[in-house]
Design a protein around this ligand. Structure first.
Ligand code: SF4
Ligand code: SF3
Length: 560
């Protein structure tokens, strides 16, 4: 196997024997084959679209398949095999229906022609279609960077689609982008242009999901979320899909079972539509990587609506449920909706919860969030005033992912050491490294403003663009904002590409730079966008906020 799509790539190069995440070589090969199958489907879809044909089935297929191949999403080999077979059948149906004379490349790449006789033949082919089949390291780097960006965008498109929202331009690009990774005529500059175009579509995908979420559930508002527990039996919901949560809340109403969020589902509390459920009890635990301990002590059923799922311990595997793109062989999977209007059936979780103990308390207190763009605009007056008086000297965007690497304590230390005239803007599960720190507010404005999930990084971009407008600045980089982004999986890749598209420069990306950036591709990003890694907390404080000593200590020293 060879996989280097996430931040935990072994030795910062790639997982070759088994994934640091736990992925086996067999599963890794099948997920590679799933992406390969999607490329064939996208080749067909790109050609058909150019001829004016609708490719709805292919659109859904590619979005779902890319999402399934994201880190810590689908661990289920039989399900992966079934999805590969579906893709081959779909590709062949399109070919039979329209014929080969629809402007397909000639000769057709293997991705669009392979037809294994059975599962054994598929498994035999799988190791030969992975990342390393592109031998030129720079082309490989750019092809994979594009694919990972597309995976992130696919995740956001799927959530939006679940709420009845879509964008054909992004889907068209997804097919075209995937097809481009099979085109040996494309050189570094060509692929780089497509990678940067991916960032534009990333902005659209995040805006689409923002609109889907807010038009369905209302605009997030400032909310205090309980992090302790109640006495009722309960269900824990993790992942990013708000519609799954909403349906579970509806179905468990008056059942005596409480619902808690975990990880990336925390921001659901900020939406007005979810506040009307008295049994929506709070948030339990932290970011994804602590789930083995937290799922254990939660005691009740757990629903994973998206990544990140880590291989479960036997002690709670019988109460772990997956749905959507996530799957784990041996854990029950709640079936998808056949039609958009259908409702998923979560009754099995509710029935099981009633038989189980209430969650064991692991912490008490509360956290505050809900600072998405609409809410922040309501606070524009006090925030602008604080900027003008110097009470807020700098914002630091600390969005992205959390992870289990020890070196990620850097982010807690960095947040702790930030001067007291700085404000953290966050989104994604990265926030769990510092959202429980006792940072004193500035004129009533919290020091950590949480916009929501990783896709709500869009909100941070909207806020930055609005600030630029009201402060009368020409360039987004003239704002008093530094970017210290933490990444782990491929949604962070589309967020990064989206920020680059918006013209943001000098982003610090950590805790390590992606293994999939070849030295030459990394150099292009450094030269063009000023992307850099992280250093020590002390050095980065000087680089990013221009002051190493907490401001309050400075002020005390001056006063003395
Ligand atoms: Fe390794 Fe990450 Fe790939 Fe898992 S997803 S195999 S940890 S690079
Ligand atoms: Fe986290 Fe997986 Fe990336 Fe949505 S839940 S941010 S890591």
């Amino acid at each position: 196997m060879f996989c280097y799509q996430c931040q935990e790539a072994a030795k910062g190069e790639g997982c070759r024997i088994r994934g640091t995440c736990g992925k086996t070589p067999e599963l890794a090969a099948l997920l590679d084959l799933l992406v390969f199958t999607s490329k064939g489907v996208s080749l067909m879809a790109t050609a058909l679209r150019r001829q004016g044909f609708s490719t709805k089935e292919a659109d859904i297929y590619v979005v779902d398949s890319l999402f399934m191949s994201i880190t810590n999403a689908n661990w289920d080999e039989p399900r992966t095999l079934a999805q590969i077979h579906r893709g081959i059948a779909l590709r062949e149906t399109m070919l039979a229906r329209h014929g080969a004379d629809v402007g397909l490349p000639s000769p057709l790449p293997l991705a669009a022609t392979f037809k294994p006789a059975d599962d054994a033949a598929l498994r035999a082919l799988a190791p030969a279609v992975g990342v390393l089949t592109t031998t030129d390291v720079d082309l490989r780097s750019l092809r994979e960077l594009l694919i990972y960006g597309l995976k992130g965008a696919a995740a956001y498109l799927e959530h939006a689609r679940n709420l009845g929202h879509g964008n054909d331009e992004v889907v068209e690009f997804m097919h075209r982008g995937l097809a481009a990774t099979t085109d040996d005529a494309l050189l570094t500059q060509d692929l780089l242009a497509i990678v940067l175009e991916c960032g534009r579509h990333g902005v659209t995908a995040m805006a689409l999901l923002d609109n889907a979420n807010t038009s369905t559930y209302g605009n997030p508002e400032i909310t205090t979320v309980n992090i302790g527990v109640r006495k009722n039996p309960a269900i824990l919901v993790s992942g990013h899909d708000l519609r799954d949560l909403h349906e579970l809340l509806e179905q468990s109403r008056d059942s005596g079972v409480d619902i808690y969020t975990h990880g990336e589902m925390l921001p659901a509390h900020y939406y007005p539509a979810f506040k009307k459920f008295p049994h929506f009890a709070g948030n339990y635990g932290n970011a994804w990587w602590l789930q083995d301990k937290e799922f254990e002590s939660f005691n009740g059923p757990i629903l994973l609506t998206t990544n990140c799922l880590v291989p479960p311990r036997a002690s709670y595997a019988d109460r772990l449920y997956t749905t959507g793109a996530v799957g784990y062989d041996g854990c029950p999977h709640i079936p998808e909706r056949a039609q958009l209007a259908d409702i998923k059936d979560f009754s099995v979780l509710i029935a099981q919860a009633k038989q189980l103990a209430a969650p064991t308390e692991i912490e008490t207190g509360s956290i505050t969030g809900g600072f998405a763009h609409h809410q922040v605009m309501q606070l524009a007056g006090p925030i602008l005033e604080a900027i003008k008086t110097g009470a807020i000297r700098k914002f630091v965007v600390m969005a992205g992912c959390d992870g289990r690497m020890k070196s990620r304590s850097y982010y807690t230390d960095f947040a702790t050491e930030l001067p007291s005239d700085t404000v953290i803007l966050t989104a994604g599960c990265a926030k769990f490294r510092y959202n429980k720190l006792p940072l004193a507010p500035i004129n009533g404005i919290p020091r950590v403003l949480d916009a929501g999930q990783c896709n709500d990084s869009y909100s941070l971009a909207v806020i930055a663009l609005k600030l630029k407008e009201v402060l009368g600045l020409k360039d987004i980089n003239d704002l008093p904002i530094a970017y210290n982004i933490a990444w782990y999986e491929q949604k962070a890749v589309i967020v990064l590409l989206a920020l680059l598209h918006l013209g943001v420069k000098n982003i610090h990306l950590g805790p390590t730079l992606p293994a999939f950036l070849s030295p030459n591709v990394a150099q292009i990003l450094i030269d063009t966008f000023g992307i850099t890694g992280i250093d020590t907390v002390e050095n980065d404080l000087v680089t990013m906020v221009g002051r190493a000593t907490p401001a309050n200590e400075c002020d005390v020293a001056l006063a003395n």
